[in-house]
Ligand binder design. Structure first.
Ligand code: PLP
Length: 348
C-alpha cells in the first residue's frame, strides 16, 4: 500500500493501519467498554499492563488524553508538576493540566540528552510554604521528541524514580514512543516504564494503529483514571474495534521499529552531505531527524519547507528547525528520494 506520490515525513502519526489491523478490526469481539465489557479492549489493557510491568492499564483516545488523565488522577488543584522545558506536556498539550486540572506546570531545563538534572529537580521542589504551590509530580519523556528523539536509559529512569519517591513525589513518563526507546536501547519496555508510577504510550505513532494510547499504573491509579477519562469525554463504547488494531500493533509492529531507526540514520547521513544543510548526524536519534539551513541562507525554513512540499516531500518543524520522522510507510527508497529532493532544492 506504499505510495510514491507524496513522501510524508511529517510525523509517525501519519502511518495508516496495516491490512492485518483492518482484518483484525473487522472480526474483533466487542462490548460496551464504559461498562468494561469489551473483551478486545480488556485484552489490549491486559497485554499493555504486562508489557510495561504495571498492574493495570486503560485505553484512551490519544496521547494527550493519556498524559492529561494521568496528571488529573495524580494531582489536586493548586499542586504543581515539574517537567522539562521541551516536554510535549508543556509545549503541545494546550495547557490541559492547567486549564482543566488547576495544575501548575513548572519547567526546568532539558539537557541535550533529554534528561532532567537531579539538582534541577531538587531546586524546583517547593518548600513547605503556604504561599507556594505544592510539588506533586515529575514527568519524563521517552523517547524525547524535541531532544531529537533520544532515548532515556533504564538506569536514568530508575535514578529519577528513586529520587522522586524519596521525596514523596510521583513519577509519570510520557512514553508516547517508549517502544522506539526499548528497541533503540535493546531493553524491555518494562525496564523503562516500571520504575515510574504511571506511563502513557501511543499505539497510533510508529506502531501504526489508527487511534489510541494506553496509560498504565497501579490498580488504584487506573481506577481514578477511568473516572477521569469519562469526565473528559473519552469513554468509548465498542472500542474493541480500535483495540484490535492496537493488539496487532503491539504484537507485530514493535520489532520493525529498528528499520525506522536505520532509515533515520541513513537520512541524517545523507543530509549531512549537503553543504547548505546544518545537521550533526550523531545527534539524531531513533526515528527523528532535525536539521536547519546553514547561517546566512538566502531562504527561510518556512519557504524551504514550502518548496519541499511542492516537490512532494512533506516535513514538519518550526521557525528554527525542520523535522523529518521515519515510520512504517516510508522505506529506504523513500529516504533516498527525499535526500535527492532536498539536495536539489537546498540553496547552493
Ligand atoms: C512525546 C509526545 N507525547 C504525547 C503526544 C500526544 O499524542 P497525541 O497526538 O496522540 O495526543 C505526542 C504527539 O506527537 C508526543 O510526541
Amino acid at each position: 500500500m506504499k505510495t510514491n506520490k507524496i513522501l510524508d515525513f511529517r510525523s509517525d502519526t501519519v502511518t495508516l493501519p496495516t491490512d492485518e489491523m483492518r482484518a483484525a478490526m473487522a472480526v474483533a469481539p466487542v462490548g460496551d467498554d464504559v461498562y468494561k465489557e469489551d473483551p478486545t479492549v480488556n485484552r489490549l489493557q491486559q497485554i499493555s499492563a504486562e508489557i510495561t510491568g504495571m498492574d493495570a492499564a486503560l485505553l484512551v483516545p490519544s496521547g494527550t488524553m493519556g498524559n492529561l488523565a494521568s496528571l488529573l488522577a495524580h494531582c489536586q488543584r493548586g499542586q504543581e508538576i515539574i517537567v522539562g522545558r521541551k516536554a510535549h506536556i508543556f509545549l503541545y498539550e494546550a495547557a490541559g493540566a492547567a486549564a482543566l486540572g488547576g495544575i501548575n506546570i513548572q519547567t526546568i531545563p532539558n539537557q541535550p540528552d533529554g534528561t532532567l538534572k537531579l539538582e534541577d529537580i531538587q531546586a524546583a521542589i517547593r518548600p513547605k510554604d503556604e504561599h507556594q504551590p505544592i510539588t506533586r509530580l515529575v514527568a519524563l519523556e521517552n523517547t524525547h521528541n524535541r531532544c531529537n528523539g533520544i532515548s532515556l536509559s533504564p538506569e536514568y529512569t530508575r535514578q529519577v524514580a528513586d529520587f522522586v519517591h524519596a521525596r514523596n513525589l510521583i513519577l509519570h513518563i510520557d512514553g508516547a514512543r517508549i517502544f522506539n526507546a526499548a528497541i533503540d536501547l535493546n531493553v524491555s519496555v518494562a525496564q523503562l516504564a516500571s520504575p515510574a508510577d504511571s506511563v502513557t504510550f501511543c499505539l497510533s505513532k510508529g506502531l501504526s494503529a489508527p487511534v489510541g494510547s494506553v496509560i498504565c499504573g497501579s490498580e488504584e491509579f487506573i481506577y481514578k483514571a477511568h473516572r477521569i477519562r469519562k469526565q473528559l469525554g473519552g469513554g468509548m463504547r465498542q472500542a474493541g474495534i480500535l483495540a484490535a488494531a492496537g493488539i496487532v500493533a503491539l504484537e507485530n509492529m514493535v520489532e520493525r521499529l529498528e528499520e525506522d531507526h536505520r532509515n533515520a540514520r541513513l537520512l541524517a547521513l545523507g543530509l549531512a552531505e549537503i553543504p547548505s544543510i546544518a545537521i550533526n548526524p550523531a545527534e539524531q536519534h531513533t526515528n527523528m531527524v532535525y536539521f536547519s539551513l546553514i547561517e546566512g541562507s538566502p531562504v527561510s525554513l518556512k519557504v524551504f519547507r514550502e518548496q519541499l512540499a511542492s516537490a512532494g516531500l512533506l516535513v514538519s518543524g518550526g521557525p528554527d528547525r525542520i523535522r523529518m520522522v521515519t515510520h512504517a510507510w516510508v522505506d529506504q527508497s523513500h529516504v533516498e528520494q527525499a535526500i535527492k529532493i532536498i539536495t536539489t532544492l537546498a540553496p547552493h
